[in-house]
Design a protein around this ligand. Structure first.
Ligand code: HEM
Length: 140
């Protein structure tokens, strides 16, 4: 992309010739703002309100037994992953000039993203932390 990066929605509409790219432009602005609140609330809960050095399985199991934490973490996971990966995609478009290499760089990026998203979402939703937390506490 040799043209200057668009700063307003009007400029973005003139710059991008597909609606997909315009949607990503808007997404990057909304998710960037949301991440400021999501990441600070996350760091506050896990690092300031609680001593991060004492985090153990029981602490994580107790937190992930709460549906509100699962929903919060799903948004944190989704926004952080998509925001970061789309930023990387922009860098690949800018710097990997050969079409073949660009294709494979993006194919690798999207494959890894899919795997990380599925594993992250499974971690949050596929286990019963109530039962697993109780089982771990019963060992002590
Ligand atoms: C020192 C800083 C941090 C500490 C101590 C910490 C700690 C934790 C803990 C204990 C959990 C488990 C469940 C929970 O309580 O939510 C967790 C999950 C998570 N954290 Fe952090 N975190 C830190 C920084 C960050 C940052 C900077 C990000 C993103 C930019 C992040 C993204 C996530 C995500 C997405 C999950 C959910 C993972 C999943 O899908 O299973 N964390 N973190």
């Amino acid at each position: 992309m040799a043209t200057a990066a668009p700063k307003t929605l009007k400029q973005a509409r003139e710059t991008y010739n597909t609606s997909g790219e315009l949607v990503w432009w808007v997404f990057m602005r909304i998710s960037g703002l949301m991440l400021v609140f999501l990441v600070f609330a996350h760091i506050y809960a896990n690092n300031i309100a609680f001593n991060a050095g004492e985090i153990d399985y029981a602490y994580v199991a107790n937190r992930l037994a709460q549906p509100s934490v699962k929903i919060f973490d799903t948004f944190l996971l989704g926004f952080a992953l998509l925001h970061g990966v789309n930023g990387l995609r922009y860098s690949i478009e800018d710097y990997v000039r050969k079409p073949g290499r660009r294709f494979w760089a993006k194919a690798a990026l999207f494959t890894i993203t899919g795997i990380v998203f599925v594993l992250g979402t499974m971690t949050l939703w596929a286990f019963s932390y109530d039962e697993m937390g109780a089982a771990v506490r019963a060992l002590n």
